[in-house]
Design a binder for this molecule. Structure first.
Ligand SMILES: [Zn+2]
Length: 350
């Protein structure tokens, strides 16, 4: 038969073994057979249709895998090609499949990559918005308690600020919060020693705001501290914190989807809640919170540029931006400070 294979010499590997047995490969009536070098004992037989034949890659030996897992390997690429060429007329499907395998694999990899980019760029923001809209009222509280308790275990320690100082800041904070549509009880100020996160302040989705001792000690004057707190209130009011948390969760889900499993590192970051601290808000969210701070401070009859003043103190103190302090997630760029000042003038001029 024209499509039968002439005898090809090579080596045969038993299933799951690297042992190489000198052998011959041949086909007859749609059945393939590997015999020992003398052509006497049959080592493997199987239907030609059931064979997996590797594509030609230069002079790399061809591998023909039988259904039992054993492999015939030969350097006689030309003989294999001639045999496949003879088969081509009658079994277009087989050769077609072999030739199309590589482009198809490349296409598949490209599509998966595009899907991931697409999910990240388009599906993730939409999913985050949907999650924010569907969040039951009790959920932000539960999430925030979880994040704060893990931060307390891993990063923060109890505040060592004088009781009177804390009471004074709390009173002023409540006066600020009372001016929001949500009211003073929608927010809760917590003092902590920051440790590795240094001078810092951040908001959790349920209105819990954490202020570190280091920031209070560094700030010159209460208006600088309150300016930061008003900025954090802005993040809560505009639901930035909730979005940031969902984004972190979404990124993890995406990594799971791509990798099929979460690396222990990613899991740790989320469990420890520090993922929330290292994940920055967007530039637009920062601007929104900055403007909110200016407006709320003005409404309270306080210095509207308190936040800008804190940025300047931090910037002068830490001229290289490093570590985990407030500046690492809130870059004090000159135009940011300028924007705060300009907006303060607009607000005061009204
Ligand atoms: Zn911010």
């Amino acid at each position: 038969m024209g499509s039968d294979c002439p005898t090809i010499t090579g080596v045969w590997h038993p299933p799951r073994s690297s042992r190489a047995v000198p052998s011959r490969f041949t086909t007859a009536d749609g059945m393939a057979t590997v015999t020992d070098a003398e052509g006497e004992a049959a080592l493997a037989t199987g239907a030609v249709d059931g064979l997996a034949i590797s594509a030609r890659v230069g002079a790399v030996p061809r591998r023909i895998t039988f259904e039992d897992g054993s492999v015939f390997e030969t350097e006689d690429n030309d003989a294999i090609d001639r045999w496949l060429g003879a088969l081509y007329g009658r079994r277009a499907g087989l050769v077609h499949r072999l030739e199309r395998f590589h482009p198809r694999l490349v296409l598949f990899v490209v599509l998966v990559a595009l899907l991931c980019v697409g999910l990240y760029r388009y599906a993730l923001p939409v999913t985050v918005e949907a999650a924010v809209a569907l969040t039951p009222p009790a959920a932000p509280r539960l999430m925030s308690q979880g994040v704060l308790s893990s931060l307390d275990k891993a990063v923060l320690s109890p505040s060592r600020l004088e009781e009177a100082r804390r009471a004074a800041i709390t009173e002023e904070f409540r006066a600020l919060a009372a001016l929001t549509p949500e009211g003073a009880d929608a927010f809760e100020l917590n003092f902590r020693e920051g440790g590795i996160i240094g001078p810092n302040a951040f908001a959790l989705p349920d209105g819990t705001i954490i202020l570190t001792d280091e920031l209070v000690r560094l700030a010159q004057g209460e208006d600088a501290v309150l300016g930061v707190l008003a900025h954090e209130i802005g993040h809560v009011v505009h639901e930035h914190s909730l979005r940031r948390l969902y984004r972190a969760a979404g990124v993890t889900a995406l990594i799971m989807f791509i990798g099929g499993d979460v690396g222990s590192g990613v899991e740790e970051v989320l469990v420890q809640g520090s993922g929330l601290l290292t994940l920055s808000y967007s530039r637009a969210q920062e601007n929104e919170a900055d403007r909110y701070s200016v407006e709320l401070m003005a409404k309270a009859g306080r210095e509207p540029t308190g936040l800008a003043r804190l940025f300047e103190v931090l910037r002068d103190r830490y001229d290289d931006v490093s570590g985990n302090d407030f500046l690492s997630t809130h870059p004090a760029t000159p135009d940011r400070i300028e924007d705060i000042r300009r907006h303060a003038q607009e607000v005061e001029g009204r």
